[in-house]
Write a protein that binds this ligand. Sequence first.
Ligand code: HEC
Ligand code: HEC
Length: 168
Amino acid sequence: MFHHAAGGYAGQGTLCGSVGACSAIINLVAKDEDKTHNQMIKDLVNWYASYNHPTDEFDSIVKFPGQKRVVPGSPLCHVSVSTWAVANDIEIATYERKDRCAKVAGRVAMQTVMMLNDYADGKFTPIAPPVSDATETCLECHGPDGDNNSQGQMACGLCHTHKEDHAE
Ligand code: HEC
Ligand code: HEC
């Protein structure tokens, strides 16, 4: 059902496929009157972006244990893979990189199961850190409570360079 999600959906580098696939499962299980599924998916996305990937928890069964870990700062496949590849000086068309992404997918599935278990026990609470101070500042003017002309909570600086004077 989620074969297409690999490589950020058919190799297009958009949302990390493991986040997308697990979000669909969260939607199936936790879409309730409080829209808990959206709180959970938001938390999964923020957790993913702030997590130091890949985990070493599966090192006993992987081909490349002890890989250097990198916080992607983004849920986007391209950003997540390439910040890691550059930091490790590893090309993306390698088994090392596939191993890294397999660990990421496994860890995202694990995170999702833990969240769903908490939901089933009626005790789900978000654990991911809130947006950074820098992003918070941008959102004061551009977010839903400001001009409401930018979507989401990704780290703005990944794509925009802040013009010091533009907000004066
Ligand atoms: C105090 C309010 C304020 C803050 C804080 C702010 N902006 Fe803006 N931003 C504006 C306004 C007003 C405009 C409209 C165009 C202008 O004045 O340059 C704008 C325009 C923009 C634009 C449109 C293109 C451009 O540069 O004109 C982008 C992109 C942008 N802001 C990104 C950001 C980012 C990223 C941050 C955080 C680092 C940020 N803004 C913080 C008020 C703000
Ligand atoms: C993945 C890349 C990416 C990220 C991350 C990103 N932006 Fe943008 N943003 C764009 C692109 C592309 C545009 C289109 C306009 C342009 O080329 O600057 C844009 C446009 C904007 C505009 C102009 C909108 C308009 O209607 O004039 C604002 C304001 C803006 N972004 C704010 C933000 C803020 C605030 C954040 C962080 C919460 C953010 N962006 C994160 C890529 C991004």
